[in-house]
Design a protein around this ligand. Structure first.
Ligand code: 2AM
Length: 179
């Protein structure tokens, strides 16, 4: 098709309290490791990266989200750690990955594959990106004063438009996750 593709991913957004905590960590980590800060409204947890999808297949992606969300379970992450990876990503990480979260990511990738849609082959490494192009200086990575809870109680389908001043995210659909 000649229509431009959508760059899609499935994600969960932090609630206000968690976003505030994350934004504090953006500042702390930026002081130590520099790089480009992710704006507060863009802070998210990617559950499955999809990639470039033809607009004609958007309804198939909606069907994947709806079906997987209905069969998944909400969970909570305890964010306790900051890291800077060799690729320059500065992020907040959960103390442990709940089985429910790993199953949700696996279900999304499996359903995308079954539908013949693009999906990520790499292992699921749940993280919230705080900085890009940060300096991977492990010695300088600060530790959060206290952990935060991230409630994964919904599934969002997000379209990402890449611009020169960074990506712009727009939520297309949101489904609740059964408790
Ligand atoms: P990142 O924050 O570690 O870059 C939108 O790009 C979201 O999808 C980001 O959270 C990004 O992770 C994630 N993502 C996962 N796989 C990706 C890929 N292959 N290309 C781009 N972004 C990817």
């Amino acid at each position: 098709s000649a229509a431009p593709a959508y760059r899609l991913f499935f994600a969960a957004w932090p609630d206000d309290a968690c976003r505030h905590w994350l934004d504090q960590q953006v500042e702390r980590l930026h002081d130590a490791c520099r790089g480009r800060q992710v704006p507060p409204r863009q802070l998210h947890l990617t559950l499955a990266f999809v990639g470039e999808v033809d607009p004609a297949r958007l309804s198939d992606v909606y069907a994947v989200g709806e079906r997987v969300a209905a069969g998944a379970e909400a969970c909570q992450l305890r964010l306790s750690r900051l890291a800077v990876w060799p690729n320059g990503i500065g992020c907040a990480l959960p103390a442990r990955v709940p089985g429910r979260l790993a199953r949700l990511a696996r279900a999304l990738n499996g359903a995308l594959a079954d539908a013949g849609l693009p999906h990520e082959a790499r292992a699921f490494k749940p993280h919230l990106t705080l900085l890009r192009k940060a300096q991977a200086d492990e010695a300088g990575v600060p530790h959060p004063d206290a952990p935060a809870l991230f409630a994964v109680d919904h599934l969002s389908l997000v379209v990402s438009r890449l611009t020169r001043s960074g990506p712009i995210y727009q939520e297309l659909r949101r489904w609740p996750l059964p408790a």
